[in-house]
Write a protein that binds this ligand. Structure first.
Ligand code: 0JX
Ligand code: SF4
Length: 315
């Protein structure tokens, strides 16, 4: 084996279409209306993004009741329940909804199946904002299934009217295992009309899986509260990477992780700006990992239009 140190760089990585749109929404709202612009929850789950927007005048709040009457509030990419829309309206807030259209799609599915009186098993992580928003569309019909081990405790009203939906940013393999166990228990379980785990989540997992078997170490750039970023570390380890770590910044890399390491895999979550990946590549280059080979498994071209309130007026 050659001793040459190298980096494998996953492609696609980083910003997805929904994050790009959500971050630009806050930037444009600041340009158009001036600071402050309120944002309910983190616009996306990335420390650097949130800190940068806060420096520009965005004020991040936990709930809409912290926003002054009549002010502008942006809803994050992860989506909100109808109750949040309602409380914002009651406070006369001017809302700009940056919910990713692919999250909205899951909300629509939830509403439709609830209208048809199905029991909905929503696979997702308890406490995550996205599942709180989706579950809020039909709380009487939806129950959360947080991974394969939660299947045992699931009970339903009518096994013949049952569908599973999911959070958009889960591990594909773990979700399929959860569905397998659910179907063992409920053979008539219906699949969602289309994939709820979104294209960006899937593509980033496919890319990291392709490089993981060759990696002594995989560094995923992303924040601890970013579901899709955390999943990339898990997927890398399951696919054969010898070690894996999540870092917000290059400065969080521990020199000891590189001991005896020849191949380092690098990728980033869907909420991570490329500048942070560049920081990690520079850090690695300074330590002898200057050769970078891209591992490309898909090309992404999807983009979403900005929320209506921020589109240029028609002439
Ligand atoms: O924690 P998540 O992966 O859902 O969110 P993050 O890191 O902000 O990623 C992009 C937004 C995803 C919404 O589906
Ligand atoms: Fe939308 Fe997927 Fe990005 Fe979430 S990860 S914002 S669902 S494109």
């Amino acid at each position: 084996m050659s001793e040459t140190k190298r980096v494998l760089l996953a492609e696609p990585r980083g910003y997805c279409a929904g994050v790009d749109r959500a971050v630009e929404t806050v930037e444009r709202a600041l340009d158009k209306h001036g600071a402050p612009v309120y944002v309910r929850k983190e616009i996306v789950h990335n420390r650097h993004v949130v800190e940068t927007l806060a420096e520009r005048g965005a004020i991040f709040v936990g709930e809409t009741d912290e926003v002054p009457e009549g002010a502008i509030v942006v809803f994050s990419a992860h989506g909100v329940s109808p109750l949040v829309h309602q409380t914002a309206a009651e406070r006369n807030l001017r809302t700009i909804d940056a919910t990713c259209p692919l999250v909205t799609k899951v909300h629509q599915e939830a509403k439709r199946f609830a209208r048809d009186d199905y029991d909905i098993l929503l696979i997702g992580h308890e406490g995550h904002e996205e599942v709180e928003g989706t579950a809020g569309e039909a709380p009487q019909h939806i129950q959360l299934v947080d991974g394969p081990d939660s299947v045992d405790s699931v009970t339903v009203r009518d096994e013949s009217k049952l569908v599973w939906l999911s959070q958009t940013t889960l591990s594909v393999d773990e979700t399929m295992e959860t569905v397998r166990r659910l179907r063992e228990k409920f053979p008539l379980l219906n699949d969602p009309p289309s994939d709820d785990i979104c294209y960006a989540t899937q593509n980033r997992q496919v890319a990291v899986k392709a490089m993981a078997p060759e990696c002594d170490l995989v560094i995923v750039v992303g924040s601890q509260n970013s579901s899709n970023s955390v999943r990339l570390v898990e997927v890398a380890l399951q696919a054969g990477a010898r070690a894996g770590h999540l870092v917000d910044y290059a400065r969080e890399i521990d020199e000891s992780w590189l001991e005896g390491v020849r191949t380092v895999g690098v990728t980033s979550g869907a909420s991570v700006p490329e500048v942070l990946v560049r920081g990690v590549l520079d850090y690695l280059a300074e330590r002898g990992y200057g050769t970078v080979e891209t591992v490309n498994t898909a090309n992404e071209t999807l983009t979403f239009a900005l929320p209506r309130e921020l589109r240029p007026a028609r002439t």
